[in-house]
Design a binder for this molecule. Structure first.
Ligand SMILES: Cc1cc2nc3c(=O)[nH]c(=O)nc-3n(C[C@H](O)[C@H](O)[C@H](O)COP(=O)(O)O)c2cc1C
Length: 171
């Protein structure tokens, strides 16, 4: 049974996942296919006086186009230690080439308040409505060390700010 929780109540579980095997972002492509992608970077916090999930998605990802084509996304956090194979699959295969949800055995179910679905097998869900998208470029970086280490071939991140409109989790 999942119950609504406050926007920051799941932060410890989210951070454990992001620093471990990852969590899933789900966005819908222009044809309506929901695509799950593993993320390791992301933040929950306050922007524009409201709770926001900030995701960083590189230009090369299929998810990048999904986030440009649609107005919502969900973040789905597995129970600790679960869905490792699905996380690895969705973190190495592209929705350009296959239906990742079907191949990874993930069940997409309707979200409560946004178009993008949630992953039923996960334990913690954030439903987000996109407020802004900001494309990073080389000139943005004050740190040459970060630029050289994380962007040796370009492929910068799109920073997507999603207002958190619902959060719920297993008891
Ligand atoms: C643990 C883990 C964390 C990852 N975190 C991110 C991330 O935060 N941003 C990103 O753009 N790619 C990240 N990736 C890489 C994408 O998940 C991967 O390139 C994926 O195949 C892209 O899928 P897509 O083409 O269907 O969007 C991560 C991969 C793994 C395994």
């Amino acid at each position: 049974m999942k119950r609504d929780i406050g926007w920051d109540e799941g932060s410890a579980r989210l951070h454990e996942a992001l620093t471990g095997y990852g969590a899933f972002i789900v966005a819908v492509d222009a044809d309506g296919k929901a695509n799950p992608m593993t993320i390791g970077w992301g933040q929950v916090g306050i922007v524009w006086s409201r709770p926001v999930f900030t995701a960083l998605v590189r230009v090369s990802r299929y998810t990048y186009g999904c986030l440009q084509a649609s107005e919502t996304f969900t973040i789905n956090v597995p129970r600790p230690g679960e869905l490792k194979e699905a996380l690895a699959f969705c973190g190495t295969k592209s929705g350009r080439d296959c239906d990742k949800a079907a191949e990874a055995g993930l069940t997409m179910v309707d979200a409560k308040a946004v178009e993008a679905p949630i992953i039923d097998e996960c334990a913690l869900h954030y439903e987000c409505r996109i407020l802004a998208r900001t494309q990073q470029e080389s000139s943005d970086f004050a740190s040459g060390e970060v630029l050289d280490r994380f962007y040796p071939n370009g492929d910068h991140h799109l920073i997507v700010f999603g207002e958190i409109v619902a959060v719920y989790a297993d008891d």
